[in-house]
Design a protein around this ligand. Structure first.
Ligand SMILES: *[C@@H]1O[C@H](CO)[C@@H](O)[C@H](O)[C@H]1NC(C)=O
Ligand SMILES: *[C@@H]1O[C@H](CO)[C@@H](O)[C@H](O)[C@H]1NC(C)=O
Ligand SMILES: *[C@@H]1O[C@H](CO)[C@@H](O)[C@H](O)[C@H]1NC(C)=O
Length: 732
């Protein structure tokens, strides 16, 4: 080694170790940096700050832990003096003079990069103390003229973040004698605008947000840049990449939004999300040790598929003796469904509380009461709120949500085929819905994660601990102006509690309750338009979808096709609906329709239009029959038109059989609605031309055959019981 290189090397080491000021060109070592923050409470925002600090390996010291906050509510009024007092005290104890101190707020702050970049930018600022800058002056506007002019960038000081050498910061706060609720911002501003102090302490502002980005007044300047599957917040006005992002003043929601993406915990590749490192798996627990959950179920309007809701509730994967139910129904119409569920299964649960419609408890009050049932119950660990229109398909949903270990979390559910979901990505200035930039991507699953959002509804899990602390107020849902859910979310936000929605799994959907009529016995049959997916799940045979693939279409007679179409429940509901209607007609001369000459052979029947079911029936034929028709009779296309579609009743003592006839149709659909054996004896159908019979019709299966010309047929005698079939003459 030559002498000069040796000397240079030594000089470098010397600077690195002892940090002499005349070596300012040398990099400050990262272990010289200490982050100080004041946090009297461990809020969700503070936990987020900690995660981001940990992510970048900052060395952190928290001041004021457990102390009572007396610094005022500096959302509305100046305050924050307590922070200066705590900082001053902490600095007085520090003796290592070569420390670099970063002092920042934490509840609404995230790091976007690590100590190395921060220190580099600090050094480039060429001052001993660097303060964050603001576009707006606060709290004393009269001081504007006293601020030095800047050519470009923000002119005013922000006390939410500054960085500097320990001795200079000590000097800066040494004069503090203020009270805890006095303004720290005003104090530091006065130091800064005093030319002598500014010079002696050597203070400057980070005017172009290279280190600190305060969001207040600067929302338009800050965008998320997605590059190489990574994301970083960028100030597009000054073309800088701030290291620290601060959601100061009224920008809490924006920092929550940015906090979903920074620090770089989120990538397109992994679809990773916030909070994953704090997962608390339930697998470690015995079932008897599972958290106790109160499930609140709210029936606040007539809703389809209520019975199915309770069937799913029963299938929820969670030990039932760790569940308590709170059910509020405002709908007398749904009482039978609630009662029948509770009669059959209520005793499986640890406890059941029901508020009946007669008690006239309103929606908001019921939600208050439900949550309070958990809050007041020492055993309760979580409150799981579910509105009756929620279709929670994922049987593990409750476990998945609990494992996220968050205070408030909702599973994302959507309305089929719509952009509607149970969360909002953003809030309008008036506090109503606004669409966030990422809303559509989240709803459609192109971005996957656990998202901090300003509003959730319909189904969500709340930790009991937060109901006993931040959310201990009973009337969380009560408001003069807001809907109960909006009032609830408003309260959560104002307490600084975060709400999350997860789309890491598929959870389910929400039903449409629009136009739901309750004038029939089985109103769900009419839901084929409003809730087609649920209608299909309930009423279409489980093997229908695989029918073509698995060659389930049978050909019992030439050109007669036989395939599964209706579920058992569909058959039962249709028969019960007809019997409930009861106006069976035909046989004689009583029915003019039959005299109209369409029907060659009168039957004892009720037509679909008599129960106002013809539009729904047509939709059913179009959606479920037409594809089979077109497959089996290639080249024939049908719009599934019909004049006659009806349910026929065969009874030995009423009308046991039907004499041979042609149908007034291009093709006919004949669906067996009950089962030979248990329900009736005899029955079936014979095609005379082929001398071919289907003598053991299967419940829920359809026979499809050409109507005229070839398929002259008869209904074989029903010898016992009652047989029902649904017949449609398609394309007359
Ligand atoms: C933080 O430190 C750990 C261990 O020292 C290291 O593996 C990791 O890469 C560091 N993270 C960053 C962002 O520098
Ligand atoms: C501030 O300190 C730097 C060195 O750290 C020096 O170059 C600069 O002149 C100082 N500025 C003032 C106004 O004293
Ligand atoms: C559906 O098909 C499978 C396989 O053919 C059969 O085992 C099952 O019983 C069918 N389901 C019903 C409800 O008929």
């Amino acid at each position: 080694m030559r002498l000069w290189t040796f000397l240079l090397f030594c000089g470098f080491v010397f600077c690195e170790l002892f940090f002499l000021t005349n070596c300012a060109e040398q990099r400050i070592r990262e272990d010289k940096l200490l982050v100080l923050t004041v946090a009297t409470k461990e809020t969700d925002g503070f936990r987020r700050f900690l995660r981001s600090a940990k992510h970048f390996n900052y060395t952190l010291k928290v001041l004021g832990r457990g102390e009572k906050w007396q610094g005022g509510d500096y959302m509305s009024a100046p305050g924050g003096g307590q922070k200066v007092r705590l900082l001053k005290a902490a600095l007085e104890e520090m003796k290592t003079e070569d420390k670099i101190i970063l002092f920042i707020d934490s509840y609404d702050v995230v790091f976007a990069s690590g100590p190395k970049e921060l220190l580099k930018k600090f050094q480039q600022a060429k001052h001993r103390v660097v303060f964050s800058s603001e576009t707006l002056i606060w709290p004393d506007r009269h001081l504007e003229d006293k601020h030095p002019h800047v050519r470009e960038g923000n002119r005013f000081l922000g006390s939410g973040g500054f960085i500097g050498f320990l001795p200079n910061i000590k000097e800066m706060v040494s004069d503090w004698t203020g009270k805890d609720d006095e303004s720290d911002q005003l104090f530091f501003t006065k130091v800064f605008i005093d030319p002598a102090k500014r010079k002696s302490i050597n203070i400057t502002l980070d005017t172009k947000c290279r280190l600190f980005q305060n969001l207040h007044g600067a929302l338009d300047e800050v965008v998320l840049k997605f590059e190489d599957g990574r994301v970083r917040a960028r100030n597009v006005l000054y073309d800088t990449l701030p290291v620290i992002i601060h959601g100061n003043g009224p920008t809490k929601l924006q920092i929550n939004y940015l906090g979903n993406y920074i620090p770089n915990t989120w990538t397109f590749e992994t679809g990773c999300a916030v909070c994953q490192e704090e997962l608390r798996p339930l697998t470690a627990l015995k079932e008897s040790e599972y958290p106790m959950v109160v499930i609140g179920i709210f029936i606040h309007q007539p809703t389809p598929f209520v019975t199915v809701f309770f069937e799913r509730l029963l299938k929820l994967q969670y030990p039932k003796d760790r569940l308590k139910l709170f059910i509020h129904s405002q709908e007398p119409h749904h009482q039978p469904q609630v009662s029948s569920f509770l009669k059959d299964h209520g005793s499986l649960y640890q406890d059941v509380k029901v508020i009946e419609p007669e008690e006239a408890v309103d929606g908001a009050e019921a939600r208050n009461l439900g949550m309070d049932m958990c809050r007041q119950d020492k055993e309760c660990d979580y409150f799981f709120s579910m509105d009756i229109e929620v279709v929670l398909k994922n049987e593990d949903a409750l476990k998945i949500l609990i494992e996220q270990n968050l205070l408030v979390i909702a599973p994302m559910i959507t309305r089929v085929g719509r952009l509607w979901s149970n969360f909002w990505g953003a809030l309008s200035a008036e506090g109503y819905y606004a669409r966030s930039e990422d809303y559509v991507d989240i709803v459609q699953g192109r971005r996957v994660g656990v998202w901090n959002v300003p509003y959730v509804s319909s189904v969500y899990l709340v930790k009991a601990s937060v109901l006993r602390s931040e959310l201990s107020e009973f009337e969380l849902f009560t408001s003069q102006i807001l809907d109960p859910d909006m009032a609830f979310c408003h309260n959560i936000r104002s307490k600084g509690v975060f709400m999350f929605v997860t789309n890491m799994h598929t959870f389910g959907r929400i039903l449409s309750t629009d136009n739901y009529k309750t004038n029939h016995l089985h109103n769900d049959l009419w839901q084929i338009f409003n809730n087609p997916v649920d209608w299909q799940e309930r009423y279409i045979h489980v093997n229908y979808t695989n029918m073509m693939k698995d060659k389930l279409v049978e050909t019992p007679c030439p050109d007669v096709y036989w395939f599964p179409i209706f579920s058992d429940i569909a058959c039962n509901h249709l028969v019960e609906e007809m019997e409930n209607f009861g106006k069976w007609s035909g046989g004689g001369n009583t029915d003019t329709r039959i005299q109209g000459g369409y029907e060659n052979v009168p039957t004892i029947d009720i037509h679909m239009n008599q129960i106002n079911f013809e539009k729904e029936w047509h939709k059913f034929l179009l959606e479920y029959i037409a594809p089979v028709t077109e497959k089996m009779y290639p080249g024939y296309y049908t719009k599934a038109q019909f004049d006659l579609a009806f349910v026929v009743r065969y009874k030995p003592d009423e009308q046991p059989f039907l004499r041979p006839h042609h149908d007034a149709s291009t093709f006919t659909i004949n669906i067996a609605l009950n089962q030979v054996g248990p329900d009736y004896q005899g029955g079936g159908c014979r095609f005379l031309r082929y001398d071919c019979s289907i003598s053991a019709p299967r419940k829920g299966w359809a026979l499809m055959h050409p109507g005229r010309l070839t398929h002259y047929h008869e209904g074989l005698p029903t010898t016992g019981g009652v047989r029902y079939i649904a017949v449609s003459f398609v394309d007359p």
